[in-house]
Structure formats: structure tokens, C-alpha cells
Design a protein. Structure first.
Length: 346
């Protein structure tokens, strides 16, 4: 089978619009159409009980073996026994994604929290994104293996994310050089971690990146959007069933779940990327509005015609590759600003 050629992005002279404002490429339309016909009907019928989700978890992890990371990065396991401190925090487990150059010269790091509705996926499944982040930014990427529901409902994932952030700080990585990032449920977790850092007085990171964040776990917004959006991948109704397992017996009362109700006082710069075709778009727009209303630096990019977490296809879709370049631009900007501020104080 002859592979489809990548669509060349228009030159600035031919198309002055920003990358996320341009029409979807032919390849993007083909991929999203195939997903709408082939994958979405099954995702819509996913039942919300633990046994089926464990089967899905095994299937997804097995499929991730087919997505080999580029040879230009190293994948190194991280197992932290916590033998050098007396804190009662959980050990941090996961993996580092590094380049040779970044390993020698980087003074910061990206803390990446993978998606998967809080019930599936792992650091391995998201290597197409984490390896690209490492290559484009030159920073090492720490991807913790946080606990999943339904065995470990919220706030267990948030506790693990906080432990990973503290782990970086304890090892001398300056907060001004750390960027927190995540996609989908990992985007919710990245935002919740940012809010927890602000609430507890931990050193503020340089910035936060959210890919297609699952902002409203009650799924009220996405269910309304489902009636008029033709999301090629996500089913709001299936997400609502899974969300009940994520929150467990405590329900949705934990204020750390409610990102739109957070005060967001003095948040770091935040980049939000969301597909224009997905049902989570209204949630991303509402979060960007809340952040901006609180006086924060928030950049929202709605990528025209794109699906949920399209960035994971950055080797296939020109839009996904462009989105990763935009992310690297943001990361370089906020880390440089944080370094300058730190030097000025010193």
C-alpha cells in the first residue's frame, strides 16, 4: 500500500492565518473519518464497570508496543524507593524520556501526565508525545506512573502527581524550569496539580500545557455539546459512565475536581490546545475564560477540524506536528522567562 503524502503546510505568504486556524489537511480528514466510522461506535458503548476497563487497559498497553519511540531519545525507567528522605510520601515510579543533548545541558524538566480517562494508558502509550516534547524542547520529560481508577479513585492520581513534582524539586530542578503538561484526563490532572501547587504554597512552575483537557468530570458540558458536535473519537456518554468510577464513593464533592470553580490566583502561563471537532472544546474554552478572567496569561488554540489529543499523531498529521512546534515555542518562552526572573532575584 502506498502511503499518503503529508500535506505541505501553506506558506505564510499564501495563508497568513495561524496554524490552528487553517483548514484541516486531506490526511487529517481521512484519519478522523476513519476513526468516526471504525472506533467511535465501540467507544460509545464502553460500559462503566471495572472488569471491562481492566480488559481495555491490557489491550491498550499491548497495542502501545507497536508505537516505538524514535531512536533519537532514550527511555529510562524511574523507580524511587524514597530511602533518602523521612517523608511519608509515596515513591515515584515512571520513566524519563531524554535526548543526549538535553541530558547534558538542560536545567529544567517537563512533568508529563498521560491521559486515558484516569482508567487506562501508561507512560508507554504516550511516548509519541513525550519523545517529541523532549526532542523539540531539549528538556528531559518525567512521566510518572500514577495510580489508576477504579482501584485507586481520585485523589490518588493527584497525590502521585504532587509527589512527582516534589521529587523534581528535591533533586534540585528549579520550579522556574519545570513545565507541567498533560492530555485529556492527564490535562485535568495537570491543571489540578497546578491548582494544588498554588493552594499549598509550593514553588510555582514555569508554565502548564493542556492538550484536550477533560475539565468537567461531571460531563454536563460535554453531554450538551454531544448533541451538536460530531466528535470523531470521544463519547460524552461513555465518559460519564467512566467518571463515576474515577471519583469512587466520594462522588464529585472534592473541590480539587472542579477546575472551573478554582480561584486560579497567580497561576503560571498556560497553553491550552483543543481540537475544533471534539466535544471537550466548550470545556477548554470555559477554562481559558476562567483563567483569563482571573488575570492570568492563558493562550487558547482551537485547532480547526481536529480530534481529541490529535498531537499523539505528530508523525502522521501535519497539524499535530505543527501543534507540537507551537508547544515547544511556549515551553521555551516560559522557561526562559522563569530563568531570567530567578537570575534577577539572585
Amino acid at each position: 500500500m502506498t502511503p499518503l503524502p503529508l500535506s505541505a503546510p501553506p506558506t505564510p505568504e499564501a495563508d497568513p492565518r495561524k496554524p490552528h486556524e487553517r483548514r484541516p489537511s486531506a490526511r487529517s480528514l481521512l484519519v478522523t473519518g476513519a476513526l468516526r466510522l471504525g472506533a467511535r461506535p465501540f467507544i460509545h458503548l464502553v460500559p462503566g464497570h471495572a472488569r471491562t476497563l481492566r480488559t481495555a487497559r491490557t489491550t491498550v498497553d499491548a497495542a502501545s508496543l507497536l508505537m516505538r519511540p524514535t531512536s533519537r531519545v532514550h527511555i529510562r525507567p524511574l523507580v524511587d524507593p524514597r530511602v533518602e528522605t523521612d517523608r511519608a510520601e509515596r515513591p515515584v515510579a515512571g520513566e524519563w524520556v531524554v535526548t543526549r543533548e538535553g541530558e547534558r545541558t538542560a536545567s529544567g524538566a517537563i512533568l508529563y501526565l498521560h491521559g486515558g480517562a484516569y482508567v487506562v494508558c501508561s507512560p508507554r502509550t504516550h511516548r509519541p508525545i513525550t519523545s517529541r516534547l523532549a526532542l523539540d524542547t531539549g528538556l528531559p520529560v518525567l512521566v510518572p506512573r500514577y495510580r489508576l481508577a477504579p482501584e485507586n479513585p481520585f485523589p490518588a492520581p493527584l497525590e502521585d502527581a504532587v509527589a512527582a513534582y516534589r521529587w523534581l524539586l528535591d533533586r534540585g530542578v528549579p520550579a522556574s524550569g519545570i513545565v507541567i503538561a498533560g492530555d485529556s484526563a492527564g490535562g485535568h490532572l495537570a491543571a489540578a496539580l497546578t491548582g494544588e501547587i498554588l493552594r499549598t504554597g509550593l514553588p510555582r512552575p514555569a508554565g502548564t500545557v493542556l492538550f484536550s483537557p477533560w475539565v468537567d468530570l461531571t460531563c454536563e458540558m460535554s453531554t450538551r455539546a454531544q448533541r451538536r458536535a460530531r466528535d470523531p473519537y470521544i463519547s460524552a456518554y461513555a465518559a460519564r459512565r467512566v467518571a463515576r468510577l474515577v471519583v469512587g464513593p466520594a462522588g464529585f464533592d472534592d473541590p480539587r475536581l472542579a477546575l472551573l470553580a478554582s480561584p486560579w490566583t497567580d497561576a503560571p502561563p498556560i497553553l491550552i490546545q483543543v481540537g475544533g471537532a471534539e466535544v471537550l472544546r466548550p470545556e477548554a474554552e470555559a477554562l481559558a475564560e476562567a483563567l483569563t478572567r482571573a488575570g492570568n496569561d492563558c493562550e487558547l488554540q482551537v485547532w480547526k477540524g481536529q480530534m481529541h489529543v490529535f498531537q499523539i499523531l505528530n508523525r502522521v498529521l501535519p497539524e499535530a506536528s505543527a501543534a507540537m512546534r507551537e508547544t515547544a515555542r511556549f515551553v521555551r518562552r516560559v522557561v526562559a522567562a522563569g530563568t531570567t526572573a530567578t537570575e534577577a532575584v539572585a
